[in-house]
Write a protein that binds this ligand. Structure first.
Ligand SMILES: Cc1cc2nc3c(=O)[nH]c(=O)nc-3n(C[C@H](O)[C@H](O)[C@H](O)COP(=O)(O)O)c2cc1C
Length: 179
């Protein structure tokens, strides 16, 4: 069996969850990535910028908005070993300003995803996947991007079943050409 990889970005600290700012020791996408790992036994990789955004929610919101607006790229601490060997990548990220966080953009731009199948799952506070899937298609030419799973941050803890359904049903859709 070919190895599978979960890649995720998540931020600890203050965040908007269930309509209010909460201080999180573990980010919501990090929790979801852990559940995907339980379901798939895939290898796990966390995207970590050298310079993290502020743990303060309001400062972070502004940093992320500025970076997106100015097309900034973040320096990352590292990349997965033997990335070329993975055919399937489960890609988890929070919705940042209705799209992918800049850390995820910085990550996918530096690797070759052509020929790989990507399962995107996005944790959000009301905007679902936003335009992240369209942006992924543009950033990962030649990759097969399957229909993503949006999960509201407050629901993450209870999302094992919904994740399992999505992984199983989306596998069936693997037979179709979805690009
Ligand atoms: C910089 C920033 C921008 C955000 N923008 C959006 C947004 O546009 N739409 C949305 O639904 N949620 C937005 N959120 C809320 C996050 O997607 C949500 O809190 C998510 O659970 C964070 O995941 P994490 O804990 O793994 O970082 C934003 C949060 C941050 C920090």
């Amino acid at each position: 069996m070919t190895p599978k990889l979960i890649v995720y970005y998540s931020r600890r600290g203050e965040n908007y969850v269930d309509g209010r700012i909460q201080n999180l020791a573990v980010g919501s996408t990090e929790i979801a990535a852990g559940l995907v790992r339980m379901l798939t036994q895939a290898d796990l990789f966390r995207i970590e910028p050298v310079q993290e955004y502020s743990p303060n929610y309001c400062t972070c919101i502004d940093q992320a908005r500025q970076d997106l607006y100015h097309n900034v790229r973040l320096e990352l601490k590292g990349f997965p070993d033997r990335f070329g060997e993975y055919e399937t990548v489960y890609l988890g990220y929070p919705n940042h300003w209705n799209t992918l966080p800049v850390a995820v953009i910085s990550f996918v731009e530096q690797l070759d995803f052509s020929g790989k199948t990507i399962f995107p799952f996005c944790i959000h506070e009301g905007d679902g996947m936003g335009r992240s899937e369209a942006d992924l298609r543009r950033l990962c030419p030649g990759a097969r991007i399957l229909p993503g799973l949006p999960i509201r941050s407050a629901d993450v803890k209870y999302s094992m079943d919904v994740l399992e359904d999505w992984l199983n049903n989306t596998k069936l859709e693997n037979q179709e050409e979805l690009i």
